[in-house]
Write a protein that binds this ligand. Structure first.
Ligand code: UGA
Length: 349
């Protein structure tokens, strides 16, 4: 099978590239950067370096000549949604819309990356003071086809990312209704693993996602910054489980995944951001701590201080994974402690 990975040079794409090459596929990766796929050496791998915003003819040619398109192109870092909302809209929505339309034109199957952020800021966040357990639990578990998506106000530009992905999903669904597109949408829930992001101290670049920021603090003796106190919760999922889910979708011979949306996440691995920081420190102490090094303190910063004006958060989001389990037999296998250990190990090595 010929597979085109748009944005295949990033964290998820690099792991997927390796897995597909191991399966004997012919893979073309289109990305700005090659670094993360450089260790995959194969005659079956073609890398095209480019910016999708400037390479429309190349993209059209590649889509025309492939069997399957996997669209991973996106800015996926909350700091960018706050700082550069128009860039996020143009890349994540406008460019991905063109990809979708080319898949319609050339009748190609499309696997579109969306996000768990489409569930928005959620009822749990908005009604936090009124909610009582167990209602709070019930409202934090999201079903692909039933749960409402509750977006924050327009002035909180953080939601432009979620809204862009949300609208893209609706466009795919509409093409599907007219029987013009064979697609599958995936909604990742905080996937982590080797090659995720960079460490800000090493690259000199600002804010990344939570794992890399905390790893940076641990390795470079900084403080861990808990945004708004760190009581918000996330369910983290190890990359090998995620790749397993993607391969099941890609090689789905029964077409059960056609025009479906899947949450891909580990509901068992949910914890608060503060607990996540404590777990990372605990694993670090147990395995690698040189006692001369200072361990990080935890400090609280406001969302506005940390990300800038226009940030808002989601308190809890847990994936319901019954559908992918029933359709494709997928189940996450790597538990939370092992997930965090493996990620940290990769950065320490
Ligand atoms: C981000 C992206 O927006 C999603 O598109 C993406 O799907 C998701 O990551 C993901 O990885 O699946 P978010 O969950 O907010 O969403 O990711 P992080 O930036 O990793 O933040 C997680 C939580 O930790 C947030 O509540 C954030 O405020 C907090 N945080 C982050 C800290 O307390 N300290 C930090 O140094 C960084």
């Amino acid at each position: 099978m010929r597979i085109l990975l748009l944005g295949g040079g990033g964290f998820i794409g690099s792991h997927l590239t390796k897995a597909l090459i191991d399966k004997g596929c012919k893979v073309t990766v289109f990305d700005l950067y090659e670094e993360k796929v450089q260790d995959v050496v194969s005659d079956n791998l073609t890398f095209i370096q480019g910016d999708i915003r400037k390479c429309h003819d190349i993209i059209e040619y590649e889509i025309k000549n492939t069997d399957l398109v996997v669209d991973l192109i996106a800015y996926a870092n909350p700091k960018l949604y706050v700082d550069k909302p128009l860039d996020v809209f143009e890349l994540n929505f406008m460019e991905n819309l063109k990809t979708c339309q080319l898949c319609v034109k050339y009748e190609k199957r499309l696997i579109q990356f969306s996000t768990c952020e489409v569930y928005g800021t959620t009822a749990t966040s908005y009604f936090r003071d009124e909610l009582k357990e167990p209602d709070a639990d019930r409202l934090a578990v999201f079903d692909e086809d039933e749960s409402p998506m509750i977006m924050g106000p327009t002035q909180k530009q953080r939601w432009i990312y979620a809204c862009g992905k949300h609208m893209l999903e609706r466009v795919l669904h509409a093409y599907g209704l007219e029987d013009r597109l064979d697609y599958t949408i995936v909604r990742p829930f905080n996937w982590i693993g080797p090659k995720i992001d960079y460490l800000p101290t090493e690259t000199g670049e600002g804010t990344t996602r939570v794992f890399s920021n905390f790893m940076d603090a641990i390795l470079y003796e900084k403080d861990i910054q808990l945004v708004d106190g760190g009581q918000q919760r996330r369910a983290f999922t190890y990359i090998s489980d995620c790749i397993d889910a993607l391969l099941r979708i890609i090689f789905d011979e029964t077409s059960v995944s056609k025009r479906q949306i899947y949450n891909i996440g580990n509901p068992e691995s949910e914890l608060s951001v503060q607990e996540f920081a404590e777990l990372m420190i605990d694993i670090y102490k147990e395995n690698w701590w040189d006692q001369k090094k200072r361990l990080p303190e935890m400090i609280t910063v406001s969302g506005e201080e940390f990300y800038g004006k226009g940030y808002e958060d989601c308190l809890r989001r847990i994936p319901k994974i019954d559908k992918i389990r029933e359709h494709l037999g997928w189940e996450p296998k790597v538990d939370l402690r092992e997930t965090v250990f493996k990620c940290m190990e990769a950065f320490i090595k």
